[in-house]
Design a protein around this ligand. Structure first.
Ligand code: ZN
Length: 296
C-alpha cells in the first residue's frame, strides 16, 4: 500500500509523520517552528529519510496554522497569508513540498483537516455538514458543507466572530489585537489567563471562569447553528479538555435557543449535537492524513 506523508504545521512545532494512514504511522518527528527555511528543510529531510527507509511517499497532507491562500487559481495558492508569526508571512508551504518531494500536496487549515478527519472516521461520520471548533491558544473552526470543506475568499475564521459580553466581563480588554469583542479575544486560553491571572488548566472546578467560558462557547454554538445548520458541532482543543465544560455549553446553548426550532432533537439530542472531538490530542495529525488521502 502506498505511503502517505502528513504535516501538522503549528506555531510552535511541526509534527511530521509517514504511514499508510493515521492509525498505522511508521515514523514521526516533532520539529520546532523556527524560521521557514530551517523548519521546512528539517521537515523535508525527515520525509526524504523516511522514504529511503520505508519506500516512496505517494501523497502529502498539510494541516496548517493560517491564514492560508487556498484559491487554486491564485498566484500565491498554498502560501501563508499575512500572519502574526514573525517571518512566516508569504511562506509557500504547498509549493515547497510539491516541488521537493514531487508528490501531490493537499493543504488546508488545521481545523478544516480536523473536520475532514471527523467526517471520515469520527463524530461526523454520518454527517454531510459539520463544524469542528478548537479552543486553545487560539480559537478556530473548520467547516464541512455537503461533504466538502468550506473555502471562499479564504476559509472560515470562526474565532473572530463577534460575541456579546458576558455579564461582569464588560471591563476586560480583548486579547485579540484586531477586535474588541471577538470570541478568540474573550474566550481563548490566553484570554482566560489574562482575565483570571492563571492558566485555564489550573483554574479550579467551580471557578466562575468556567461559567463565563460556557457562556461564550454557547454563543458560538448558537451562531453556528443558525448560520450553517450543521448536523453536529464538534468541540476540541486544550480548554475543552476540562471535565464538565461541554455539559455547561449544552445547557447554556439550550437556554439561548429559547426553544426556537427543535434542532437538537433532530440531531438525536443535545449530547449528540454538541460533542467532544474524536482523536484526543492527535486531531491535527489525523487531519493531515485525511487531507493527504484526498490529495490529487
Ligand atoms: Zn479577533
Amino acid at each position: 500500500m502506498a505511503l502517505l506523508g502528513a504535516i501538522e504545521a503549528g506555531g510552535t512545532k511541526f509534527i511530521c509523520a509517514v504511514g499508510e494512514d493515521a492509525g498505522s504511522i511508521l515514523e514521526r518527528v516533532s520539529l520546532p517552528t523556527i524560521t521557514p527555511a530551517e523548519t521546512l528543510a528539517a521537515c523535508l529531510a525527515f520525509f526524504q529519510g523516511a522514504a529511503a527507509e520505508h519506500g516512496p511517499i505517494s501523497k502529502l497532507g498539510i494541516a496548517a496554522f493560517g491564514p492560508l491562500d487556498l484559491t487554486p487559481t491564485s498566484p500565491t495558492y498554498g502560501h501563508l497569508l499575512e500572519t502574526p508569526k514573525p517571518g512566516w508571512s508569504g511562506t509557500d508551504l504547498a509549493g515547497y513540498f510539491a516541488g521537493h518531494l514531487n508528490v501531490p500536496v493537499a493543504l488546508d487549515t488545521d481545523v478544516n483537516g480536523a473536520v475532514l478527519a471527523e467526517h471520515k472516521g469520527g463524530a461526523a461520520k454520518a454527517c454531510q455538514t459539520a463544524v469542528y471548533i478548537t479552543v486553545g491558544t487560539g480559537i478556530g473552526g473548520g467547516v464541512l458543507v455537503n461533504g466538502r470543506l468550506l473555502h471562499g475568499l479564504i476559509h472560515p475564521e470562526i474565532g473572530h466572530i463577534a460575541v456579546p459580553r458576558a455579564p461582569g466581563d464588560e471591563g476586560f480588554k480583548s486579547h485579540c489585537p484586531y477586535h474588541a469583542d471577538c470570541l478568540e479575544g474573550l474566550a481563548s486560553g490566553p484570554a482566560m489567563k489574562a482575565r483570571w491571572g492563571q492558566a485555564a488548566e489550573t483554574l479550579p472546578e467551580g471557578h466562575e471562569g468556567w461559567e463565563m467560558e460556557a457562556f461564550y462557547l454557547a454563543q458560538l454554538c448558537r451562531t453556528l447553528t443558525v448560520t450553517l445548520s450543521p448536523e453536529v458541532i464538534i468541540l476540541g482543543g486544550g480548554v475543552l479538555m476540562r471535565e464538565g465544560l461541554l455539559e455547561k455549553v449544552r445547557v447554556r446553548f439550550d437556554a439561548l435557543m429559547g426553544g426556537y426550532l427543535p434542532l437538537a432533537a433532530r440531531a438525536g439530542g443535545l449530547d449528540r449535537y454538541i460533542v467532544r472531538q474524536s482523536f484526543g490530542g492527535q486531531s491535527g495529525l489525523v487531519g493531515a492524513f485525511a487531507l493527504a488521502e484526498d490529495a490529487a
